[in-house]
Design a protein around this ligand. Structure first.
Ligand SMILES: CN1c2c(nc(N)[nH]c2=O)NC[C@@H]1CNc1ccc(C(=O)N[C@@H](CCC(=O)N[C@@H](CCC(=O)N[C@@H](CCC(=O)O)C(=O)O)C(=O)O)C(=O)O)cc1
Ligand SMILES: N[C@@H](CCS)C(=O)O
Ligand SMILES: [Zn+2]
Length: 760
């Protein structure tokens, strides 16, 4: 019999129940007991949804982040929260979200800096970075995992506890004092061994230990750490399923297959080439778990094709073959059945988390009992796969023709930057150190409510537009009073910077409840890029031109770039990502040209996700960067010299991609730098980056109001790296998650700092 299992389930809830419970607790509207109750209810619902699999994940539920959970399990709390006397869950939220100095709920009288957040491998999920130093020590707190295990047992769930493995835990963390994280391994392993003992004493047979670092290019020290780690954990008390995902093991395959574990899970979607070498290399009694259903996408699996692959493997491995999704289902929405408004054709092509698990169960039944018994199910699946493949909504000859006619000239500006800069300066007449913001202003409850009422039909289109225009007018008024130099319309009409464009482009579908956790309680609803892309009509011109009528100051047109739209969507798996990206580039190019035609003189094209699209392996970077940068250039560079193109990137280290950033040739780039104390600018300095830069001068992720001195200090640091005449002054990123009461004083200080700089 084939064993079926799951690596992890989305925990936010099909209706985002966890989000609402968390926010109610954080806002003081409910207590800890109610929050814990919601957690228990969600776990029960999620296990019930996974019934029928042989092993279900336990410990994959998290109130904020699974990596932060692991830090607490291992007793690796940052020094700054160790003296907390309240409930441990409150302390956990203090690390996750930080606390301002005025909170006064724990008697400590000081603020707490939040843990740093960064992207989880190549996903749009953010985790809280573990902090290490030479003196880091570990001590076990297994309470969370053991409680969830007891809960699962009481419900009769066949439990497989899930933990992040020791090497990946160190790998995804950061040393605060420059010491080597690997030196901590000998101190860390006894705590892991103790945890495995605790699970064994509760009668656990299998533990899933996640080691995604194994799909990256490892330095020799990290590779060697694996052998030491798993030697120490191979106590014989529990069986270990070592789970790798998000890519191919490639050169790490011999290492992974030689580890003394009882099972190895590999990503058979993104690392299909690993399957045969793994079968050859694994000891004859080791389980091989194949992740054959894509956990990163929402397409129905071609079951016959997977059975063609699995049947001969099953014949060779017998019971040693396990099947599962390729990775945790954290990265897909919960249930396609909630999507009552989706077009029938498209709906028939999709599978969300619950449907993916049904696919796993079906595959196991077909392997164990033969395909004949499942003829109807397999035929229905085949029909859906064929309908998608042959749909005229997917394949549009005119889009293919437009793509075929792309030539290098399309991505080139008319003149080089110095000439353009001169023309733009003559027209825009901006002061030195021009001030601007990144695009969004607070997405208030009123804005979200208005959109909800519009969706429900309680507000008609005219009234909705009027409400959004009023928000734009408010944002423009505030910016005028603040004295900013280049204004934005504030993006009130956008539910999200990617979904908004997905909703308007043909070739895209969007969902009602397709929520995926981005960080903590924040979610996104990635739109579904299913077909060749066209832009039926202008998407932003009406809003931007309206905003421009309200001010004499230049109004920035605001767009999301093709690479970011691609990276934050669910995209086609039937053509290379590069092709979808170029199609998006042509659509955004039309929008850019329409904005220019409408008199917009500055256009910002956000590429926040350019860096996160980098393949996990450096050897594949140049291919990606080649088509990603070309896509941006095609989108942006059709404009006249006089039109100023901005781009914006957050979450980015630039050192290793500087030539590509320069190649984009934006007139101005605004970047996130404040948290690195302007050190990120070193990359621009040493590369002699030729165009203008707006290094973010305050961290919009924090509720703290930056002082004028702090901003001036950062600008002085920026001035040591970049010539003053090429510097802009702006926050790190958009202000949509902040309140106006935070935004106004912060921007006041920013404008004052810029004015002081000009005078100096
Ligand atoms: C810059 N970031 C983004 C990423 N990915 C994206 N696709 N978009 C991004 O902006 N990745 C990296 C970062 C991640 N950062 C964030 C920051 C903030 C959020 C966030 O606030 N998400 C919202 C959901 C946004 C949304 O789509 N809202 C819709 C629906 C509003 C809604 O839920 N309405 C309620 C009722 C209204 C109410 O009472 O509030 C309802 O329908 O029930 C909209 O505006 O129409 C979130 O709430 O999580 C995400 C990523
Ligand atoms: N224009 C967007 C960029 C976010 S990365 C915003 O301001 O929210
Ligand atoms: Zn940003």
């Amino acid at each position: 019999m084939v064993t079926t299992h799951n690596l992890g389930f989305p925990r936010i809830g099909a209706q985002r129940e966890l989000k609402f419970a968390l926010e109610a607790y954080w806002n003081g509207k409910s207590g800890l007991d109610a929050l814990r109750d919601t957690g228990r209810r969600l776990r029960k619902t999620h296990w019930a949804g996974q019934q029928g699999l042989d092993l279900l994940p336990v410990g994959d539920f998290s109130f904020y982040d699974q990596v932060l959970d692991m830090s607490f399990t291992l007793g690796n709390l940052p020094e700054r929260v160790r003296d907390f006397r309240g409930d441990p869950l409150d302390n956990y939220f203090r690390v996750a979200r930080g606390r301002s100095a005025s909170h006064g709920d724990c008697g400590c009288g000081h603020g707490v800096q939040a843990g740093e957040m960064t992207k989880w491998f190549d996903t749009n999920y953010h985790y809280i970075v573990p902090e290490f130093s030479a003196s880091t020590s570990f001590s076990l707190d297994a309470s969370r995992l053991l409680e969830q295990l007891d809960e699962a047992r009481a419900l009769g769930i066949p439990a497989k506890p899930v933990i992040l493995g020791p090497v990946s835990y160190l790998f995804v963390g950061k040393s605060k004092d420059g010491s080597s994280r690997l030196d901590l391994l000998p101190r860390l392993l006894p705590v892991y061994a103790e945890l495995l003992d605790a699970l064994a004493s509760r009668g656990v047979e299998w533990v899933q230990i996640d080691e995604p670092a194994l799909v990256t290019e490892l330095d020799p020290g990290w590779a060697q750490a694996y052998a030491a780690a798993y030697q120490a954990l191979n106590t014989g008390k529990v069986k270990i399923l070592l789970a790798t995902y998000f890519g191919q093991l490639l050169e790490n395959l011999p290492l992974a297959c030689a580890l003394p574990v009882q099972g190895l899970h590999i990503d058979a979607v993104n690392g299909a080439a690993d399957i045969e070498p793994a079968i050859a290399a694994l000891p004859r009694d080791t389980v091989l778990s194949l992740g054959v259903v894509n956990g990163r996408n929402i397409w129905k699996t071609d079951l016959n094709r997977v059975l063609d692959l699995l049947e001969p493997i099953h014949a060779r491995l017998g019971d040693r073959l396990w099947i599962a999704p390729s990775c945790s289902l954290l990265h897909v929405p919960v249930d396609l059945n909630s999507e009552t408004a989706l077009d029938g054709d498209i709906r028939s092509w999709l599978a969300f988390a619950l449907q993916k698990l049904d696919e796993i169960k079906l595959l196991a039944r077909a392997l164990d009992g033969g395909r004949a018994a499942l003829r109807a199910e397999l035929q229905a699946n085949q029909a859906a796969i064929a309908s998608r493949r042959n749909s005229p909504r997917v394949n549009k000859p005119q889009v293919k023709a437009a793509l075929a006619s792309i030539d290098a000239a399309l991505g080139r500006r008319q003149s080089p930057y110095p000439l353009r800069a001169e023309k733009q300066a003559g027209l825009l007449k901006l002061p030195a150190f021009p001030t601007t913001t990144i695009g969004s202003f607070p997405q208030t409850a009123e804005i979200r409510q208005a959109r909800l009422r519009f969706r429900k039909g309680e507000l008609d289109l005219a009234a909705y537009k009027e409400a959004m225009r009023a928000e734009i007018a408010l944002a423009v008024r505030e910016q005028e009073v603040l004295g900013l130099d280049v204004l934005v319309h504030g993006e009130p009409e956008r539910n999200d910077m990617v979904e908004y464009f997905g909703e308007q482009l043909e070739g895209y579908a969007f969902t009602q409840y397709g929520w995926v956790q981005s960080y903590g309680s924040r979610c996104v609803k990635p739109p579904i890029l299913f077909g060749d892309i066209t832009r039926p009509q202008a998407m932003t011109v009406e809003w931007i031109t309206y905003a421009q009528t309200l001010t004499q100051k230049p109004m920035k047109g605001m767009l999301t770039g093709p690479v970011t739209i691609l990276n934050w969507s669910f995209v086609r798996d039937d053509q290379p990502r590069s092709v979808s990206c170029l199609q998006l580039a042509l659509a955004i190019r039309q929008e850019v040209l329409d904005l220019e035609k409408a008199g917009v003189r500055i256009i910002q094209i956000d590429e926040a996700a350019l860096r996160e699209g980098l393949p996990l392996r450096k050897s594949q970077w140049s291919d990606y960067l080649g088509w990603a940068v070309e896509s941006f250039r095609i989108a942006a560079n059709g404009v006249r010299d006089e039109t100023q193109i901005h781009t914006h990137m957050c979450y980015s280290e630039f050192n290793d991609i500087m030539p590509s950033i320069a190649d984009m040739d934006a007139d101005v780039i605004t970047i996130e730098t404040s948290r690195s104390d302007m050190e990120l600018l070193d990359a621009f300095d040493s590369f002699n980056y030729p165009n203008e830069i707006g290094p973010g001068v305050y961290d919009i992720h924090s509720p703290n109001i930056p002082t004028q001195e702090h901003i001036s200090d950062l600008m002085r640091k920026a001035g040591r790296r970049i010539p003053a005449e090429r510097l802009w002054v702006n926050p790190d990123c958009g202000l949509k998650t902040r309140a106006w009461s935070e935004v106004i004083p912060a921007l006041k200080n920013m404008v004052a700092a810029a004015r002081a700089l000009r005078e100096a």
